[in-house]
Ligand binder design. Structure first.
Ligand SMILES: N[C@H](CCC[C@H](N)C(=O)O)C(=O)O
Length: 294
């Protein structure tokens, strides 16, 4: 029996869902009574695209008040988005996941309004369900560009200076000149980002080209995610890209960028209070029950 089969066997009978935000896909695990805290091995098994359900990450739906690491957010948010990368590691925040998580809370009746907050490892985050079905997440204030030292990113023999931005998970943003250069990048292996001391817990790396003139505030990106690999979209990455591009463009404090990702398009807005808002679609595509190996 594979280790994945054993891990899934520990979850036999569990009802889960599958969803995505611009192609960044997740297994959602409703766990209101805290019966399934999920081990890293169980996360890897659920996320495995051959031996499991397949996803970039896992979103466990837990009660904030019963989750010690975020219980201080319980007054603001009833539900905790316990995000895990597909390799079983945790991360501070997941922007696309937050949209899918919010969609599930509303569709399942666990939240009844169109404005509420969710708890995350990065802090409580306000959610707004838009009239057209999009979901907007207040991602808080990004920190960066971090100017203490310009990180360097390498892919094979090529290297570039990058811009470090935390959302609050760590990102390194590389601007490329030509769209063909973006499309030609081999992201089957993790880019190297350094100096290592700058990213002691690893880093998500985004590669960006402008679309049109700078004042069109339109960019296109690819991303290699920490703990996952290349994904079709990254919400926190899109936010990091917006902050880096706005700095590069010397854009006004209040500004919005359209960010094209391989899986679709999101809009990232910086408000006057410096909060970053991520707006985009969120889909629940399936419901499933974990059954043990026959
Ligand atoms: N796809 C996620 C990013 C998860 C970040 C995770 N890969 C990490 O920081 O380790 C998003 O939409 O923000």
């Amino acid at each position: 029996m594979t280790s994945h089969a054993a891990a899934l066997g520990e979850l036999e009978g569990l009802a889960v869902l599958k969803g995505h935000g611009t192609g960044n896909d997740f297994v959602l695990v409703p766990d209101a009574d805290g019966a399934h805290p999920l081990t890293p091995a169980q996360v890897r098994a659920l996320a495995d695209r051959r031996f499991g359900l397949g996803a970039d990450g896992v979103l466990r739906v837990a009660r904030t008040k019963d989750s010690p690491e975020v219980a201080d957010q319980a007054a603001d948010a009833e539900w905790f988005m316990d995000y895990r990368n597909g390799d079983g590691t945790t991360a501070e925040m997941c922007g696309n996941g937050a949209r899918v998580f919010a969609r599930y809370l509303v569709d399942s009746g666990l939240e009844s309004g169109t404005s509420f907050s969710i708890a995350t490892r990065g802090g409580a985050r306000a959610v707004r369900i838009e009239g057209d079905g999009d979901v907007t997440i207040d991602m808080g204030v990004a920190t960066g560009p971090l100017l203490r030292a310009m990180p360097v990113v390498s892919v094979g023999p090529e290297s570039w200076n990058a811009t470090a931005v935390n959302v609050p998970n760590p990102h390194a943003v590389v601007f490329l000149e030509e769209p063909d250069d973006l499309d030609a990048l081999d992201l089957t292996q993790p880019p190297q980002a350094g100096p290592p001391a700058m990213f002691p817990d690893g880093v998500n790396v985004e590669f960006v080209v402008r679309v049109g003139a700078p004042d069109e505030r339109h960019v296109r990106m690819r991303v290699h995610e920490r703990g996952v690999g290349e994904t079709l979209s990254c919400g926190t990455g899109a936010c990091a890209v917006m902050v880096a591009a706005a700095g590069r463009d010397q854009a006004p404090a209040e500004v919005a960028y359209t960010v094209d990702v391989p899986g679709g398009t999101v809009v990232v807005t910086r408000r006057a209070d410096e909060h970053i808002e991520l707006r985009g679609p969120a889909e629940i595509v399936a419901i499933a029950t974990i059954t043990s190996a026959p």
